[in-house]
Design a protein around this ligand. Structure first.
Ligand code: OOG
Ligand code: MG
Length: 263
């Protein structure tokens, strides 16, 4: 039985637009990982059809902290559109989201295309113009953030919003494996990590993404933003929650969650 890719893409887009959590697709369909990436691509196509622009890509479930939190043991890859960046210091609009969580991420700003397969961590560093700090706001469209690997892939790996820090450094300015982050919520330290949490090196995480896309005849493009993966577990955003990621060499990225509608 073949999967109605467009139907499931619309199902997930409706869930996001209406802020209504849905049941995992794997409860109804026997979904392979390839089917799931096809749904993800169809979901991107629906977003592009309504005027969103593709601005980058993300890697997820690369750190042990994230894999343990979600009960999934393989990296996943997703798309970022221009509907997702949060303006600097703008609040996270809870009214537009289901049950968002925040996680600290190292961000790569690409100065060159990267076309897998065969991309190495060094190739990623060579193609990167700048590295910055960020916070990703994930928002699974599935009830209680419960999903199997194909579900989260179909759901564009829970991508919802992201915030980019103001400071950037050259990719060779420091050893990114040693780049530390303190992750805090409402002034309490939640966790600490370094770039090595991401499969040993954040550039190795981005190389996985380039090679994943290369196998599907896509490439990472010059000018794109790439989120290398949550370095710690994600923390829920409730009305008034303030999260802060403070990075070595890159300073602080802060987010405040609000119930108010955005203008
Ligand atoms: C999946 C998204 C994972 C990351 O950085 O690990 C992700 C999820 O946890 O819902 O973005
Ligand atoms: Mg993430």
């Amino acid at each position: 039985m073949s999967i109605d890719v467009r139907h499931w893409a619309q199902f997930l887009l409706d869930a996001a637009d209406q802020c209504l959590a849905v049941q995992p697709i794997t409860g109804k369909e026997d979904l392979s990982l390839e089917d799931a990436y096809e749904i993800q691509n169809a979901l991107l196509a629906l977003r592009l059809e309504r005027g969103e622009k593709l601005v980058g890509a993300k890697v997820g479930l690369t750190s042990a902290a994230k894999q343990q939190q979600m009960g999934v043991s393989e990296p996943v890859y997703g798309w970022l559109t221009d509907a997702m960046p949060l303006p600097l210091e703008a609040p996270v609009p809870l009214a537009e989201l289901i049950h968002p969580r925040a996680e600290p991420e190292i961000v790569f700003y690409l100065g060159e295309d990267l076309h897998g397969p065969g991309v190495t961590a060094q190739d990623v560093l060579d193609a990167t113009a700048w590295v910055g700090g960020g916070i990703e706001v994930i928002d699974s469209r599935y009830e209680a953030f419960n999903f199997k690997l194909p579900d989260v892939i179909a759901d564009n790996t829970s991508a919802a919003r992201f915030a980019l820090g103001a400071n950037r450094i050259r990719p060779d300015a420091v050893d990114l494996a040693l780049l530390g982050v303190l992750f805090e919520a409402d002034g309490a330290l939640l966790d600490t990590a370094t770039g090595a949490a991401l499969v040993g090196h954040p550039a190795a995480s981005v190389a996985l993404l380039a090679n994943h896309l290369g196998r599907r005849h896509h490439k990472l493009q010059k000018g794109w933003v790439v989120l290398a993966g949550g370095m710690t577990g994600a923390t829920p955003l409730k009305p008034g929650t303030c999260v802060e990621a403070t990075y070595a060499h890159l300073g602080r990225v802060g987010l405040r969650a609000t119930q108010e509608e955005s203008p």
